[in-house]
Structure formats: C-alpha cells, structure tokens
Design a protein around this ligand. Sequence first.
Ligand code: SF4
Length: 354
Amino acid sequence: MKELVGMLPDEMEQFVLSLGEKPFRARQITDWIYKKGVTDIEMMTDLSGSFRLLLSHNARVTLPAVTKVTEAADGTVKFLLELADGAAIESVIIPDEGRTTLCVSSQTGCALGCAFCMTGRLGKRRDLTAGEIVGQVLVARDYLGTRGEALTNIVFMGMGEPLLNYDEVRRALTLILGDRGLSFSWRHVTVSTAGIPEGITRLGKEVLVNLAVSLNAPDDQTRDRIMPMNRKYPLDALMAALAAYPLKRGRRITIEYVLLSGVNDTEDHARALVRLVRGIPVKINLIPFNPFPGAPFSRPDYGRVLGFQEILISAHLNAIIRKSKGGGIAAACGQLVAASSTRGRSGGNENGTA
Ligand code: SF4
C-alpha cells in the first residue's frame, strides 16, 4: 500500500504508470490532495471509477489524526496530532499582524536537548516523513478553511531539528513550495535550525527558502551551557555557514535569541552578539524566556531586555522583542506532548526556537 501524501510529483507519475494509467493522472491526484484538500480517493471524481477502485486498493491518503485542539484568547491554535504508528506530535497556528503562520514539527521530540526547551527534554523518538510534515499543513489548512481563513506562512519551528532530518524536510519543502503541491511562495516559508552548518550549506544550495537560526548565545562557553549541540557544531563553523548562505536582495537571516536571566542577557553578551553577526545580514528576535515548572532559568526583567535591544539597535542591527503568543494553552514546542506523555506533568515552555 503506497502513501500518496508526501509522494513527489515524478514519483506519483511513476506510480500511476505502474498501475497502467497515463502520467497526467498524477497531476489530477495531486490537485485533489493539495489544491482541493480531498483525502477520500472515491471523491476524486475526474478519475474513472475503475481507476479509483484500483487506486484505493494500492494506495491511501493519510493525514495525522487530530487528538486535541486548544485555542488561546489571542487566536493561537495548538494541535496535538497522532501519527499512524501512534507517535504524538504538535503543530501550532499563530495569527499575527495579518499573517497566519503554521509552526510544523519535523521530528517527534528532539535530540539536541537545549536547556531552555521542553521538547529537548523529551529526547528524539524518530524523524517524521515528508508526508507527516506536509500532513500537518493539510490539517491546519482544513481547520482554517472551516472558519473561512487561509494559511499564509509556514515555519519549521516545532518539535525537532529540521536539518537533522534533511532529506524528508527537503521533500516536504518541494511539496510545500511546488506548483504541483501547495504552491507557497518561498517568501512565506522558513526553516529554523539550532545551527547545523552542513545542513545550512546544503539547504542554501538546494532550496530557496528563508532561514532562521536559534543562536541564544554569542560565545561558545555560554552556548555550550544552554545548547549542548554547540560542542559538536561550534560558533565559528555556524557563522561561516551563515556568512555563505545565499540571500536574495533585501532578505536577512533571522536570529532567534532567548534571553535567560543572568546567563546570556548582559550588556557584554549584547556587545559580543554585535561583533559575532557583523557583516551578515540578520534580523534579531529577542525572546524573553517563558519559565516552565522545573526550568533552570528565569526571565530577565523588562528593563534588561530593553537594554539588550538598545545595544543592538545602537549598532544598527534590526532587533525586535518578540511577543509571546498562545498564553494559557501551552503553545510552545513539546508542551502538549510532554503534558500528555507524562500524565499531567504540566511542563513545557514557549522557548523552542528550532
Ligand atoms: S529549541 Fe529546537 S533544537 Fe533545541 S531542543 Fe528545542 S526543538 Fe530541539
């Protein structure tokens, strides 16, 4: 039984040929799935009845099952989803300033163990397939469609490190961006990474897409402490990959920086950050830490956050303080899954940035 969601257009053509049909049938199938949101093969009415029967005996269209939907007062919607093997993942719709962004997961859990992130505490369970990644988009689009709303942006910023599941993320991007898929403009799609240099380099060569990096520290000593993956992928390699990342005119790499009181939020850290990103076109999102039960960090007071931002702005950097979204519904990566998998442990955070 072949899974049709996640199949690339040329693979779909080969599959249709193998069933004895003309290649153009592949386009009809992808249009039903990606353009019309139809997942029931019987409803694909421009296919002959006999082909629909043959297709349904040889293929299926599977989307993640929605097990819980939680909506916050600010419009943020969090989905807890179950995959075919029972694995739980989550994705979040974030409405903001005229955009409606879906934050998708690329792995179940995450192996990188950032100290400020609840997903990191879950560990990695497995990589998602391209179909499971694109399936999150289809689920969210359907949900918004029932409310007369449209999905405008996608960020790979949910559970997992997308560049450590490169091949499936690459396939998912082909379907998200392609005209035989979901036809999103690359301007509206962002891959967010904790900083895997070889993945950044490969992505820059292979796909036109926005890049965000969860940096969180301007020096290896601090970064080693809060992002253990930095010991394997230190800052000099990361910054070299960012400096070489191809950008269209006027575009910038987004730098995510979670501010942790007394850890990475001093004026010296801000000045070191200015030096670190010098010469690289960036915009910096400052994210005051959102504490969760048991978290080993606290949130800096607002004056300190403003002081940090001021140093960046004085150095002519584009730096904004990011609003926290989804208050009250545990809207950050890993939180719903953590709560459900630990029977009521209400852990989690809004700090997962890769
Ligand atoms: S912040 Fe991102 S990379 Fe770090 S543990 Fe969380 S999900 Fe993984």
